[in-house]
Ligand binder design. Sequence first.
Ligand SMILES: [Zn+2]
Ligand SMILES: [Zn+2]
Ligand SMILES: [Zn+2]
Length: 141
Amino acid sequence: MDTVSVLETLKARGVRKTRTRTAILTIFLSLQKPLSAFDVKYELEKIGLIVNKTTVYRELSFLLKENLLIEVKLRLDITLYESAFLNHHHHLVCENCGSISDIICTELKSPLKTLERRILVQGFEINKHDLEFYGKCGACK
Ligand SMILES: [Zn+2]
Ligand SMILES: [Zn+2]
Ligand SMILES: [Zn+2]
């Protein structure tokens, strides 16, 4: 989903469009990786929007509640968020610098379907699955 469609979604749901809100959604869509509240604050500053930490947190929890962002629970010490409109993907977690990036695994589509069918047969209802790869990123190697 592109920024325009996401902003139309806001309008359709009757969610007020503020400058900060629009900027945050745009940041998440363009960077396509999980971001912390601190990262979001930093990205906003880069485009000349100076907002305090409380505003960032309030905005993130609002967008979470509106299902425009999702929480990514990869690190215990920090809450990360990402756009709810990204295509299904998994994460690469660097154990050295803590950086997290997205990886699309089309190769897994068919084996996962088979596995999910087997799980369903056991009577387990699946809501979602997560898959993370831990190691060292290119910059830390
Ligand atoms: Zn998957
Ligand atoms: Zn790293
Ligand atoms: Zn992601």
